[in-house]
Design a protein around this ligand. Structure first.
Ligand code: 6PG
Length: 482
């Protein structure tokens, strides 16, 4: 093979994310080879940002690969799915054992597992790296969740640490999540939590608007105040900005001129699909995905607008303020529940796929750079670091106490929403999850009875081992089963 090139890393796929990551590496002193299917983009990057560091532009895959020092580090930043496979097929024959291919897109972790397996046969390391933080994060410091082999991480980790965001304690927001698809899996759950966070914030906004009677500007102030406390997070911060924005064309609040149909590219949906496959209850994340689907279900919504519902006057003065304070409690409690569900899903994935994921490390890399970054993640990091075997976040004494203190207000908010006809699937599902976990007995016993009645599906007893069936169609005596 050809001599080794000088570039420490190469990025192929120079749309905004790829180009910003390449610039981030270059700004951190790394020589970066850059390549794009259409050379004009490579050219544009060099012309506009060439003075930010040392770039080696390449027009062909051969030129690109030759520009990389060995073992080669080649980052693919193209669309997930077919385009990623196409690029891998194009480059793999040009690589050698020991080289590292990094996929920084939002790939499905099953695809990452397959790609890792196939490239491993050729001695090539494949690193599926979840990267969060959008365009700004890619340039100034994302949160990075790489999967793959230990060997690949040793060769890559320090470079990723340089370009990653830094948490307030200076720690870079990157950690080796685990083998094969672990990194993309964790990024998927990050996005599921992102959906849940956004849905809960949306419900809080709706309640403040409909029940407390606040206009968007006042709600922006409320979120700004919340952002000074325990809810301090990127999503709360941008919510205040979006709500404070006025549409230039109409002079109306921006939020009133945007069509109320939320879209999705699919990572939240994947989270729920996988949760269903693994049998992990993530109702908060599921409700967030469904809330987006429902918002876009225009036919159904149009046909249902005349259905009856309660009519109520908004609160005023101190009563409105009191209610707003309750909403903060409900939002915080529901947020704890969403993260509880997300971390439970990560644990389940880790057990199923043998990834041995360190939940404290995951919380730690979410503390800065990513979309769900929040002060709150420091607490989660501490909880899992102190007790890695913690059965759930709700088993942490600190979170349990906080949710306990919030529960009265949380219940009041959910009850008020139900009475006044304001849909709060996120708050309500979170509360139901909390109550279901606390329940000394669940009606699942009755469900088992019904299943045994119509299908002889058997049940277990509380007082003895074994499976049993009742002869429902006969004398209703019980017989041991199986
Ligand atoms: C991130 C974001 C990013 C993207 C999502 C949102 O972590 O940087 O999550 O990955 O914004 O894909 O996607 P939806 O279109 O599904 O809301």
């Amino acid at each position: 093979m050809s001599d080794s090139g000088t570039a420490r890393i190469g990025v192929t796929g120079l749309a905004v994310m790829g180009s910003n990551l390449a610039r981030n590496f270059a700004r951190n002193g790394y020589t970066v080879a850059v390549h794009n299917r259409t050379a004009a983009r490579t050219q544009a990057l060099i012309e506009e940002f060439g003075d930010e560091g040392t770039f080696v532009p390449a027009t062909t895959p051969e030129e690109f690969v030759a520009a990389l020092e060995r073992p080669r580090r080649l980052m693919i930043m193209v669309k997930a799915g077919g385009p990623t496979d196409a690029v891998i097929e194009e480059f793999a024959p040009l690589l050698e054992p020991g080289d590292i291919v990094i996929d920084g897109g939002n790939a499905h972790f099953e695809d990452t597992r397959r790609r890792e397996r196939e490239l491993r046969k050729r001695g090539i390391h494949f690193v599926g790296a979840g990267i969060s933080g959008g365009e700004e994060g890619a340039l100034h410091g994302p949160s990075i969740m790489p999967g793959g082999s230990d060997e690949a991480y040793t060769a890559l980790g320090p470079m990723l640490a340089d370009i990653a965001a830094k948490a307030h304690d200076g720690a870079p927001t990157v950690a080796h999540i685990g083998p094969d698809g672990a990194g993309h899996y964790v990024k998927m759950v990050h996005n599921g939590i992102e959906y849940a966070d956004m849905q809960l914030i949306a419900e809080a906004y709706q309640l403040l608007r409909s029940v407390a009677g606040y206009p968007p500007a006042r709600i922006a102030e409320t979120f700004r105040a919340w952002n000074e406390g325990r809810l301090d997070s990127y999503l709360i911060e941008i919510t205040a900005d979006v709500l404070a924005h006025t549409d230039a064309a109409t002079g109306k609040p921006f939020v009133d001129i945007v069509a109320d149909r939320a879209e999705q590219k699919g990572t939240g949906r994947w989270t729920v699909q996988i949760a269903l496959d693994l049998g992990v209850p993530v109702p908060g994340i599921a409700e967030a995905v469904f809330a987006r689907s429902l918002s876009g279900h225009t036919g159904l919504r149009d046909a249902s607008r005349e259905l009856p519902g309660p009519v109520s006057e908004p609160l005023e003065g101190a009563a409105a303020e009191r209610f707003a304070a309750r909403v903060e409690q409900a939002l915080y409690a529901s947020k704890i529940v969403s993260y509880t569900q997300g971390f439970d899903q990560i644990r389940a994935g880790s057990e199923t796929y043998g990834w041995d994921i360190d939940l404290g490390a995951v919380a730690s890399v979410w503390r800065a750079g990513c979309i769900i970054r929040a002060v709150f993640l420091d607490r989660i990091t501490e909880a899992y670091t102190a007790r890695p075997e913690l059965p759930s976040l709700l088993s942490d004494t600190g979170f349990a106490q906080e949710i306990g203190a919030a529960q009265e207000d949380w219940r009041e908010v959910v009850a008020t929403a139900a009475r006044q006809g304001v849909p709060t699937p996120g708050f309500s599902a979170a509360l139901a999850y909390y109550d279901a976990l606390r329940a000394p007995r669940l009606p699942a016993a009755l469900t088992q009875g019904q299943r045994d009645f119509f299908g002889a599906h058997t049940y277990r007893r509380t007082d003895r081992e074994g499976s049993f069936h009742t002869l429902w169609g006969g004398d209703r005596s019980e017989i041991p089963a199986g």
